[in-house]
Each structure stands twice: as structure tokens, then as C-alpha cells.
Design a protein around this ligand. Structure first.
Ligand SMILES: [Zn+2]
Ligand SMILES: [Zn+2]
Length: 362
């Protein structure tokens, strides 16, 4: 099958032939229908997070089940599915206390062992599976707990977005921060994840929803999907603007870029008792500094991984919300591209001007 392989870090992706195995007992072979280009892929291509090479990147996808392993009962060929990197074991302490996105066995029992044939090979050697998925490929061979079945009337390109960016942004609002109706929200960064957080805030019934970005076209989309106010961070002090607009700061600030400066800004935008939720991937080793005195005002700063999701529950609900018109996903797809155009797609992402490119497989 055709796949996009990352051989060196930093580096571009090479479209080449990759061999995919047959499903083991608890594995599912999925024909990839659509795969979104996510900023996290870029973090690994640029080397701000380590990963073994060669690897097939991609982790935001939807497709159709082609074959299932002997122990799989949940899925059958023909099922439409969304993949999620939050693959869970179902029995560790995190899974059993209702936090499967933090599963302790993610890279242990949901992957193949070193003594087994790898799921993916390139030129006869192992091609490391990226985040248990590797979606930039015509097929994905994954553990059954990396998938959720969805309605067949859901367009698969929009479903793919739910697989990472949308789940991450909406989940940060619903599950990590638990925004209450009427509370004020600021979202820093209006890429795919930030736009999803804005929508989560709208659906949760937040009061004022303030979008912050440096790119006017992204702020325009933010308004379309639910922001009540916008702040262009290139035109002055965004923190001061948000504090002034809200008469003292917001209940919840979300950081959806992954930078020290914007994480600190999120904390700075809080009212007394407010909570900053950092969604973005801050490079390893970078420290975030806040004024310790502010903790006496019960301000909090917390992380969010993949929106603290319970994706088997959450994703079908998000599909329903799209199909009944509450979750706007059409606005978030910038362009449909071919696998061969993937490097150009990431180049566009680096300019910061687009929301989401989605690869379509025939
Ligand atoms: Zn992602
Ligand atoms: Zn677990």
C-alpha cells in the first residue's frame, strides 16, 4: 500500500510502498478514507518531540473496516469507524477509574511485541507505527480499542477531524475544564483545536467566548463557529484586552498553540478562581512560569491530553452533534488533498494561515 514515511528527523515525508500485516486476534484492518493533517504530526517531523524512524505519520482519521481478528466482536467488515490515539486497555487503574485517555498500557499491550512480526514494514524493515495508528496510509492495522463505530450517514472526511483535533478541543471544554453555562471563556489559537474549543464552549452554553489569534482570517472563522468576541494578538497586549473586555478576566482560558508565552498568557487572562487549560504541545524541556502569588487567588493551570476523552462515548455524540447542526465541521476543512500533496499541506500549516487540510483516499 501507499503511505507517507518519515525517515529522518527533521525531515519531509516520502510517499512509498509500505507492507501492512494481517489482523492478529484483537486487531482490525481499516481502509483509510480520510486523514487530517494535525499540528502534532508537524511537531514530530520538526523534532520537537522524539520518535523512532522510519515511521508512518498520521493520527486523525476515519475509514471502513476491511477485516477483523479472531477475538474481535465489536466490529465487522463494512463498519464505519473513527480512529483515536487514546487506545485503552480497559483494566488498568486509569481505565477503571474512568480516565481511559491516560491508560497506562497504551504502548504495551495494545501494540505488537518485539518478538512478533511488525504491523508495518518498509523495505523489509519495521516501519514504526505512529501513536498506535499511522493514518497517512491507504490502510491501518490497529488494536480494536483504538476504534469506535459511527453512523454510516456521517461523511468520513468530517469524521476524521473528530478523531483528534475536534475531540481534543471539545473534550478540553467538556471533560477537562467542565465549563458551566454562562461562564466566560478565552481561547488562544484558532487552528483546528482552538476552533473546536470555541465550539465546545458554545455548545456548553458559555457566556462570552473570546477568540485570540494573530491571523485575521482565523478570527473570522472563529466568529463563524461561535466566538462572541475576537482579539488580534498582533495588535497589542492580548491579556490586557481580555481582562478589560471581561471586567477582570475569564473563568476559563484555553491555550491551543503549544507555546510558553501563550500558556502564560492564558493564566494571565484569568479572573480570581479561574482555570487555565493548556491543550497545545509545549516542546519538551520548555518551562512555563507563572506568578506564584496568583495561586492565593485560587487560579489554576492544568494540562489536557486529547481532551480527557472517553472516545467510545464522546465521538458518536460529536457525530450526532454534527449531523443535527450543532457542531460545525464543514467550516474547519480548508481543503481536500491527495496523499502525494502532503508535504505542501504541511508547508501551508507552517504559514499559520489555514485551519485544516484533509487527505482523501480513493
Ligand atoms: Zn492531532
Ligand atoms: Zn488502561
Amino acid at each position: 500500500m501507499k503511505a507517507a514515511v518519515l525517515r529522518t528527523i527533521p525531515g519531509d515525508l516520502e510517499i512509498t510502498q509500505v507492507e501492512v500485516g494481517e489482523p492478529g486476534p484483537r486487531e482490525v484492518l481499516v481502509k483509510t478514507a480520510a486523514a487530517g493533517l494535525c499540528h502534532s504530526d508537524l511537531h514530530f517531523m520538526e523534532g520537537s518531540y522524539p520518535y523512532p524512524t522510519p515511521t508512518v505519520l498520521g493520527h486523525e482519521s476515519a475509514g471502513v473496516v476491511e477485516a477483523v481478528g479472531s477475538s474481535v466482536t465489536e466490529f465487522a467488515p463494512g463498519d464505519h469507524v473513527i480512529s483515536c490515539l487514546s487506545v485503552f486497555c480497559g483494566h488498568c487503574s486509569y481505565c477503571t477509574e474512568g480516565r481511559p485517555s491516560l491508560c497506562a498500557n497504551k504502548g504495551v499491550e495494545t501494540v505488537r511485541g518485539m518478538d512478533e512480526t511488525p504491523r508495518l514494514t518498509v523495505d523489509g524493515e519495521i516501519a514504526h507505527q505512529f501513536l498506535n495508528l499511522s493514518s497517512f496510509a491507504e490502510k491501518m492495522l490497529v488494536h480494536e480499542n483504538a476504534l469506535v463505530k459511527i453512523r454510516k450517514d456521517m461523511p468520513l472526511d468530517k469524521a476524521a477531524l473528530i478523531g483528534c483535533g475536534v475531540m481534543t478541543g471539545v473534550g478540553a471544554v467538556f471533560r477537562t475544564a467542565k465549563v458551566q453555562p454562562g461562564e466566560t471563556v478565552a481561547v488562544i489559537g484558532c487552528g483546528g483545536v482552538g476552533l473546536a474549543a470555541i465550539q465546545g464552549a458554545r455548545i456548553a452554553g458559555a457566556g462570552r467566548i473570546i477568540a485570540v489569534d494573530m491571523v485575521e482570517s482565523k478570527l473570522e472563522i472563529a466568529r463563524q463557529v461561535g466566538a462572541t468576541d475576537t482579539v488580534n494578538g498582533s495588535e497589542g497586549d492580548a491579556v490586557a484586552a481580555v481582562v478589560e473586555m471581561t471586567g477582570g478576566g475569564v473563568h476559563h482560558a484555553f491555550e491551543a498553540i503549544g507555546l510558553k508565552v501563550t500558556a502564560e498568557q492564558a493564566f494571565g487572562m484569568l479572573r480570581t478562581g479561574g482555570t487555565a487549560t493548556v491543550i497545545g504541545m509545549i516542546p519538551i524541556g520548555v518551562k512555563v512560569e507563572v506568578d506564584g502569588f496568583q495561586f492565593l487567588m485560587e487560579k489554576k493551570i492544568q494540562g489536557s491530553n486529547m481532551g480527557s476523552n472517553q472516545f467510545r462515548t464522546d465521538m458518536p455524540r460529536l457525530v450526532d452533534m454534527y449531523l443535527d447542526g450543532r457542531l460545525m465541521l464543514d467550516e474547519m476543512v480548508s481543503a481536500h488533498i491527495q496523499l502525494e500533496d502532503i508535504n505542501e499541506g504541511f508547508d501551508q500549516m507552517k504559514t499559520g494561515s489555514i485551519a485544516r487540510n484533509v487527505i482523501m483516499f480513493d
